[in-house]
Design a protein. Structure first.
Length: 467
C-alpha cells in the first residue's frame, strides 16, 4: 500500500475518533437541567433546556404545535429523563446527533391503528321516543360524520381531542347542535332527542298567467344572488355546484332590499377545486343589497371527492392556496405566536366620524405592527381564545404580492400591494378554537381579501398543510 494512502486513512480515522469522543463527552443521558412547567407548551420547555445546555433542538413546527398544556414538577433531571416525561403519550420520539436533538414523529406500521376517541349515542324522536334511522350526525367544520342505524345508534371516531360542535340533522325535524369537549376518554352521549318540526301554514297569493299557476318568477334571480354571495367571488366559486337547491328557503324583502335564506335539509355542494362534498345545514343567511353586508352561519360536514392522481394533485395545490393567508391560517399563526414567520402583519385602524357630518368617516392607519397579546385573550374554557380590540384590525398577508384590492377610505399611498383585510368586532369578544375556527362569526365583519373568500374556500378544521 502506498505511504500517501496510509496517511490519508489514518487521518480520516483520527478525525472520526475525535468526533465520536466529542459526541460521547456531551450526552443527553448525563447532562442535567432543572426545569418545571405549569400549563406551558413543549416549545417553552425546549427553550428552557437550550438555555441550560449546549444542545439545540430541530423539529417541524406542525409536530409540536398541539403540545401546549404541559405540566412538569420542577426537578433536576438528565435531558433524556426530561424528554421522556414531556413526550409521554405523544407520537414524538427524540435522538441525539452530536450537540443537536432531533424530535421526530413516530411512524406507525399499517397494522398499528392510531389511537382514537370514540363518540357514541342514539337519536330518538322527542315525542314518541322511537329511534330515528338515517339521521346525519357530524362534527361541524370537520370530515367526521355518519348516519344513524336502524336503532338510531351512531359511532364517531376522532383522532384528536378538542372542542367540537356536534350536529344532528334529519328532514322534518329541528336540528340538534351542542358543544362537546373531547379530552382523554370515550364519550357516550346517551339519547339525543330531536323535535319534529311544526309547520305553520300562512296564506299565499298565487300568481296566475292565462289561468295557469306559475312558480315564483323571482326564484332564479334570488337563487343566483344567493349563490354568488354564499360561495364568494374567489376563483374556486366557479368550480362549485349546488346539487339540491330545492332545499333552500329564499325570501326577498323589497322594502329593505334584503335576501334571507335557510335550509330545510342539508344543502349539498360539490367543490371540485378543493375536492370536497360539503353538506351544509344553513341556519341563517342575510344579504343586504344596499349596504353590501352578508352574514351567514350553520354547520358543515366535509366529505372527500374521489379523483384520479392528476385531479388529486391539483386539489392538493388548491387546498394549500386556499389555506395560505386565510382566516384559519391567521388564527393558527396567532395561537403559535408566529405572525411574522407565517407572513402576517397587523396594524391598528381607527375610524372616526367627522363632526356635523355623521355619514363621513376618516380612517387612520397605524404604522407600528401589533403583537399577539395586543388583540388576543385567553378565555376561561380550555382550547378557546378570543379576539378583542377597541379599534379595527388591518391585517396584511405579505406572501401574496400584486394584490389590487385596496381598502376604501385609506389613501392608496399608505397601502402596500399585499393581500389586505380589515376586521371590525361588533361584540366585546370574537371567540375561536385551537383549529382556527371562528365560533361566533356574526360578531365580526370583514372587508377586503377575507370578504371575498367564503364557502368556496372553506377547509375542514382537521386540514393540516404539508409545510
Amino acid at each position: 500500500m502506498r505511504p500517501g494512502l496510509v496517511k490519508a486513512i489514518l487521518l480520516i480515522f483520527i478525525i472520526q475518533l475525535l468526533f465520536s469522543t466529542t459526541g460521547r463527552g456531551q450526552s443527553i443521558t448525563t447532562e442535567k437541567v432543572k426545569i418545571g412547567l405549569e400549563d406551558e407548551s413543549l416549545q417553552a420547555a425546549i427553550k428552557k433546556i437550550e438555555q441550560q445546555s449546549v444542545f439545540r433542538f430541530f423539529y417541524r413546527d406542525a409536530d409540536i404545535a398541539q403540545l401546549k398544556h404541559l405540566n412538569l414538577k420542577t426537578e433536576t433531571r438528565t435531558i433524556e429523563q426530561t424528554l421522556v416525561a414531556l413526550l409521554e403519550n405523544t407520537e414524538l420520539h427524540f435522538r441525539q446527533l452530536d450537540h443537536d436533538i432531533l424530535l421526530e414523529r413516530t411512524y406507525r406500521q399499517a397494522f398499528q391503528p392510531l389511537p382514537t376517541f370514540e363518540i357514541t349515542g342514539r337519536v330518538i324522536d322527542s315525542a314518541d321516543k322511537k329511534p330515528i334511522a338515517n339521521a346525519s350526525v357530524f362534527f361541524s367544520n370537520s370530515t367526521t360524520g355518519t348516519v344513524t342505524d336502524t336503532n338510531g345508534g351512531f359511532k364517531l371516531n376522532l383522532l384528536k381531542g378538542g372542542k367540537y360542535q356536534i350536529t344532528v340533522s334529519m328532514l322534518g325535524y329541528t336540528a340538534y347542535q351542542n358543544a362537546l369537549l373531547v379530552e382523554k376518554e370515550n364519550i357516550n352521549l346517551g339519547d339525543i332527542r330531536i323535535r319534529p318540526k311544526v309547520i305553520a301554514l300562512s296564506q299565499v297569493d298565487v300568481k296566475t298567467t292565462g289561468g295557469h299557476n306559475i312558480p315564483d318568477p323571482h326564484w332564479d334571480r334570488d337563487y343566483q344572488w344567493f349563490r354568488e354571495e354564499f360561495l364568494g367571488s374567489s376563483g374556486f366559486a366557479d368550480k362549485c355546484k349546488i346539487l339540491n337547491p330545492a332545499v333552500l328557503n329564499l325570501s326577498y324583502n323589497d322594502d329593505n332590499a334584503v335576501l334571507t335564506a335557510s335550509t330545510s335539509d342539508l344543502l349539498e355542494i360539490n367543490n371540485y377545486a378543493l375536492g370536497y362534498k360539503l353538506k351544509y345545514l344553513l341556519t341563517e343567511f342575510t344579504s343586504n343589497r344596499n349596504s353590501g353586508k352578508v352574514t351567514y352561519k350553520g354547520s358543515v360536514l366535509f366529505e372527500p371527492i374521489n379523483g384520479d392522481e392528476s385531479e388529486q394533485a391539483k386539489r392538493k395545490k388548491n387546498r394549500s392556496k386556499a389555506y395560505k393567508g386565510s382566516v384559519m391560517h391567521f388564527l393558527r399563526a396567532v395561537i403559535e405566536n408566529q405572525l411574522l414567520e407565517q407572513g402576517f402583519r397587523v396594524l391598528t385602524l381607527k375610524k372616526k366620524t367627522v363632526p356635523d357630518y355623521p355619514n363621513t368617516i376618516i380612517d387612520s392607519l397605524g404604522t407600528t405592527p401589533l403583537k399577539v397579546d395586543d388583540f388576543v385573550k385567553l378565555s376561561d374554557k380550555k382550547g378557546i381564545y378570543a379576539l378583542s380590540f377597541k379599534d379595527c384590525l388591518y391585517i396584511m398577508y405579505t406572501k401574496i404580492h400584486n394584490y389590487t384590492g385596496n381598502l376604501p377610505d385609506i389613501p392608496p399611498a399608505s397601502q402596500r400591494d399585499y393581500a389586505k383585510t380589515t376586521i371590525t368586532m361588533t361584540a366585546p369578544y370574537v371567540f375561536f378554537d385551537e383549529n382556527g375556527i371562528i365560533i361566533n362569526p356574526e360578531d365580526m365583519t370583514k372587508e377586503g381579501y377575507w370578504a371575498r373568500s367564503r364557502v368556496a374556500d372553506l377547509l375542514p378544521s382537521d386540514y393540516v398543510p404539508e409545510n
